[in-house]
Design a protein around this ligand. Structure first.
Ligand SMILES: [Fe+2]
Ligand SMILES: [Fe+2]
Length: 256
């Protein structure tokens, strides 16, 4: 059992094992919900009574820390949009290409497609269409799709290692993507995810922590989140964005 296993699979989970049938019922039975390559979460449980240092990553914490990785990629996009019109170094083009690849793999193909579109949106559509998050799944899905179009564009525009002819259009596309996704992820964090959590039992919620981990492992191997954090740090370092202290602005002037 690695450190991440022990995070997620603490002794508190043992009591939830009997709830798997309920979970499938609550979340539908299509797609990743019954994904053939996901491992059975029930096989690796180990009870460690009294292990007070066991900490689990809950489903919403999981989704929100994934947003954290995506926001860091968006920050690279945002800074790139500023430097692009001024003939940026090859490092910036490379950072854009790598950030778009990370956004595609970790954001679009995993976080959006395998978690939100399989587990979060369907339950809200099914059980809470008149609730506070009821109108969100359609809008958010449209934004996922538009984001994928923009990611395709970023990947294509940076593929040759230069963007001379496309710099202005690419900067505009990056700004639009950042603007959309800041609103998108913020509303997921504050409205959609809490509404979804209210629709399931504590037992189902606990069980989904294991399910999300299984999907992450099937997609990326043991350390999907940790690897994504490592990747974005390398990208940030390559273009001087790793030291966040440089982004603390000057104190504001006195009001006149
Ligand atoms: Fe989303
Ligand atoms: Fe999201």
């Amino acid at each position: 059992m690695n450190a991440k296993d022990s995070d997620r699979r603490g002794f508190l989970k043992v009591a939830a094992l009997a709830g798997s049938a309920l979970l499938v019922g609550a979340c539908g039975s299509s797609g990743a919900a019954n994904g053939g390559n996901a491992t059975n979460a029930n096989t690796a449980k180990t009870a460690v009574p009294g292990a007070k240092d066991e900490k689990e990553v809950t489903p919403i914490e999981d989704l929100m820390r994934e947003h954290g990785v995506l926001r860091r990629a968006l920050f690279v996009f945002s800074e790139a949009a500023v430097v692009l019109p001024n003939n940026p170094s090859a490092n910036w083009i490379d950072a854009l290409q790598k950030s778009a690849k990370l956004f595609r793999a970790f954001g679009e193909d995993y976080h959006e497609r395998q978690l939100e579109e399989q587990y979060i949106f369907p339950l809200i559509r099914q059980k809470s269409v008149n609730g506070p998050a009821g109108s969100y799944p359609d809008i958010l899905t449209q934004q996922h799709n538009r984001g994928r179009e923009i990611t395709d564009y970023i990947l294509a525009a940076t593929a040759a290692g230069k963007v001379a002819a496309n710099a202005g259009e690419l900067a505009k596309a990056l700004q639009g993507f950042v603007r959309m996704y800041i609103a998108h992820a913020s509303h997921e964090d504050t409205i959609v995810f809490p509404a979804w959590k209210d629709l399931i039992t504590a037992e189902e919620y606990d069980k989904l922590g294991d399910k999300f981990e299984d999907i992450e492992k099937a997609q990326f191997g043991e350390d999907g989140f940790e690897d994504a954090v490592k990747q974005i740090l390398e990208i940030e370092t390559s273009v001087g964005l790793a030291d966040i202290s440089k982004f603390t602005p000057a104190a504001p002037p006195p009001v006149k």
